[in-house]
Design a protein around this ligand. Structure first.
Ligand SMILES: Nc1ncnc2c1ncn2[C@@H]1O[C@H](COP(=O)(O)OP(=O)(O)O)[C@@H](O)[C@H]1O
Ligand SMILES: [Mg+2]
Length: 308
């Protein structure tokens, strides 16, 4: 992708106060050995991602420890767990966004539709087109609503607009407008902005900006949408709209969403992965099972608010 997308889409929450050693547990968290069967999740349907023995270090900080999990396509997978347990790190491994963090070292395999995305020769532009990302703080470009959506497809050469294209007889203005309308409808924003597509996106409310970022992500025709706490900076009404949207999107896309809001995970996801202190995947199962009858004592303690 272009450097402009690169620089904006890497802006993220700064690393928060966290634990940095696997031997340390969050206050109130008990010690417990994780059983393999707690994380072996069997599901119907196709596997989109298959992650095996994934380790991530930032220098000496072992942020993810041997995480293995398969993620089913066209569904919502929630990643929950206390702050600093590696949720964002895991999410960033799914489209190799960690490559941009100098200190990050990744080991293990991540297969997308059976192809290891960490193998040499992986086209990162293509990968991030297939696996898009939405961050906690909406980060629209300081451009018009319309241009936010057509920017990616234009960069990828999928649409051609402007004076030069007109002179060459290659003007795709109509296609561009169709694309903008489709994406804004898919992101449930069309009704609110269709009369001001040329207005600057920064004039939208936070919730609208976040739905615009989702529309921008949809514009390049992804298969997977990664979301890192996409609603945590929004008010309850805007949050509800994002939650409804996630539910709609999962009919056509594979959605993986980090949230620290357990009610939200319970509401929106089909399956839930619980990460705990030290960057371990403690349990992964149907969301109902995780919230109603978890196997791990630590997961139960976390869910019932005994620590976190
Ligand atoms: N860019 C980074 N550089 C160095 N350490 C990081 C970076 N991002 C995360 N970490 C560390 O990795 C661990 C996991 O962090 P993170 O994945 O952000 O957790 P979560 O999203 O669950 O809060 C923490 O110890 C954190 O300090
Ligand atoms: Mg995080």
């Amino acid at each position: 992708m272009s450097s402009e997308i690169d620089s904006t889409e890497t802006e993220e929450e700064p690393a928060t106060s966290t634990t940095d050693s696997s031997s340390v547990t969050t206050t109130g968290e008990s010690q417990e050995k994780i059983q393999d069967e707690w994380t072996d999740y069997e599901f119907d349907g196709e596997t989109k991602f298959s992650v095996t023995d994934l380790d991530v270090w930032y220098g000496d900080d072992h942020a993810l420890q041997s995480v293995s999990m398969d993620i089913p396509e066209k569904s919502v997978t929630a990643l929950i767990g206390p702050s600093g347990c590696g949720k964002s790190t895991f999410l960033r491994c799914l489209n190799r966004m960690n490559d941009r963090i100098k200190a990050a070292e990744v080991d293990g395999t991540v297969e997308l539709d059976g192809m290891d995305i960490y193998q040499d020769g992986t086209n990162l532009v293509e990968l991030r087109k297939r696996v898009g990302m939405v961050f906690q703080h909406p980060n629209p470009f300081p451009k018009s609503i319309k241009d936010n959506i057509s920017y990616g497809p234009r960069k990828h050469g999928d649409i051609d607009t402007g004076l030069f294209a007109r002179l060459l007889g290659r003007d795709d203005t109509e296609e561009e407008l169709e694309l903008v309308e489709r994406c804004l409808k898919q992101s449930a924003l069309w009704d609110e902005v269709n009369d001001r597509l040329d207005d600057n996106a920064l004039g939208l409310s936070g919730g609208q900006q976040q739905r615009l970022c989702i529309a921008r992500c949809l514009a390049v025709d992804p298969e997977v949408i990664l979301m890192d706490e996409p609603a945590s900076a929004l008010d309850p009404i805007a949050t509800a709209k994002i939650e409804d949207l996630i539910d709609d999107l999962s009919e056509d896309y594979t959605v993986v969403v980090v949230t620290h809001n357990m009610q939200q995970a319970a509401r929106i996801s089909d399956q839930t992965a619980v990460f705990l202190t030290g960057g371990e995947l403690a349990e992964y199962d149907d969301t109902d099972k995780i919230f109603e009858n978890p196997e791990s004592q630590r997961v139960e303690d976390y869910i019932t608010g005994k620590f976190g």
